[in-house]
Design a protein around this ligand. Structure first.
Ligand code: SF4
Ligand code: SF4
Length: 103
């Protein structure tokens, strides 16, 4: 019986990195409710919003949804509360509030 040769770390390529395949498959991220990780949530003040879409563009989780009326709304199922949308909003139309404050 042939003995299986173990590769040295320096010989490994990405094709040998099979560990992650055990837990994930393509497209699986949508199943995870990452909003549960959040301690703060963004709220949008439509009175200040100019519908520029920068919050939608910069959200690292794609958790800002464009609405039919041109405004944008955080998708709280996926929003992790990172606050980047607040940082990039040129009109200061986004505020972060503690989760407990809006329960
Ligand atoms: S707080 Fe972060 S994850 Fe949530 S909508 Fe804003 S940018 Fe996206
Ligand atoms: S970045 Fe601010 S002003 Fe622009 S669409 Fe988002 S909430 Fe409105």
């Amino acid at each position: 019986m042939a003995e299986k040769k173990t590769k040295a770390m320096s010989e490994l390529t990405w094709r040998d990195m099979r560990f992650g395949n055990v837990f994930t498959e393509p497209g699986s991220a949508t199943r995870y409710k990452t909003g549960d990780w959040r301690s703060e949530r963004p709220i949008v003040d439509k009175e200040k919003c100019n519908k520029c879409g920068l919050c939608w563009l910069y959200c690292p989780d794609g958790a800002i949804t464009p609405l039919e009326d041109g405004y944008y709304e955080p998708d709280l199922y996926f929003c992790k509360g990172c606050g980047i949308c607040l940082q990039v909003c040129p009109k200061k139309a986004i505020a972060m509030i503690e989760e407990e404050e809006n329960e």
